[in-house]
Design a protein around this ligand. Sequence first.
Ligand SMILES: [Zn+2]
Ligand SMILES: [Zn+2]
Length: 319
Amino acid sequence: MKKTVVAHIAIMVIAVALGSLLASYLIDQQNQISVNRDKLSTAPLGGFNKFASDVQWMLFVNYAGGIDCVEKPEAEEIYKRLNAILANDPDLEIAYNIGGMMISNSDPVKSAEIFMRGAYNQNLKNNWQIPFSAGFVLDRYVTDKDDPDRLKKAEDMFRLAASRAGDNAPYITSALLKVRAKRIAEKGKWSGIQVVNDEHALLCAMFDEWRKNGGTADAAQPSDSMNIPDLKDRLLRAAQNAKASDPTNKNILDTLAKVMKVVSEDQHLCGNCLSPYAAGDKFCGQCGTAVVVFAVCPKCSAVMKGKFCSSCGSTDKTK
Ligand SMILES: [Zn+2]
Ligand SMILES: [Zn+2]
């Protein structure tokens, strides 16, 4: 008799244990199928959340069409409605795009929050406009007083947008580099050098990106870098602009020295205006400054085209 009671209890315990294992397995499965389940509203809609959000969205459009301007009170109402819509359908891209844009002026912090929520939604991970808008609002409209981390967040958002957009939107790269430059300017120092102006900061930002890309324009991409078209040309232009902004500033010249040492290894650049010049050139074609002549025959000074001088037949022993 006692034995059967023990057996019963044992079976019950095992059953409960198996049941909870099965339950957690099923929840895992469910979460895989429906990624946003835990973010959905718990309102008793009997699974009609999507339908409810569609109705709410129509009402929202109707409301938005009826207001003349978006000031603080309207922004609050819009934000409230957006939250209700997104609680029922977190994947409604248009709600992030339109809603976030509508309140970007009157309540940039909440606008950025909406955009960032959309940007981090895994079901919308192919959408680059949402993170770009988030970065844009954080960069242009949110102030340091609102959020001291806004530039860092903006940079993250632009990076996310750039990784999703591929080559489709080169202006994302420009926006990203400008935000990086602002962060460098805010910090005031770069590689131990005092940053003196915006052009200088942009040069530093671009050089950082260059180094991240492995120092060449088309090297294998490390994971946190992105393919910036014409990075080398942009870097040279940034260097020229930085120099032109304050030609005798020691901090800028120090930075240029660092940049040029790495970047111009395979290219000869005029020491004055940083334009590239060709083998045999004695003066810069852009500014007329004397340059260090390279790749000429040590005997007759003709431009060397190969191992031997094509004018006098002597060989360049340095090669
Ligand atoms: Zn020059
Ligand atoms: Zn020669």
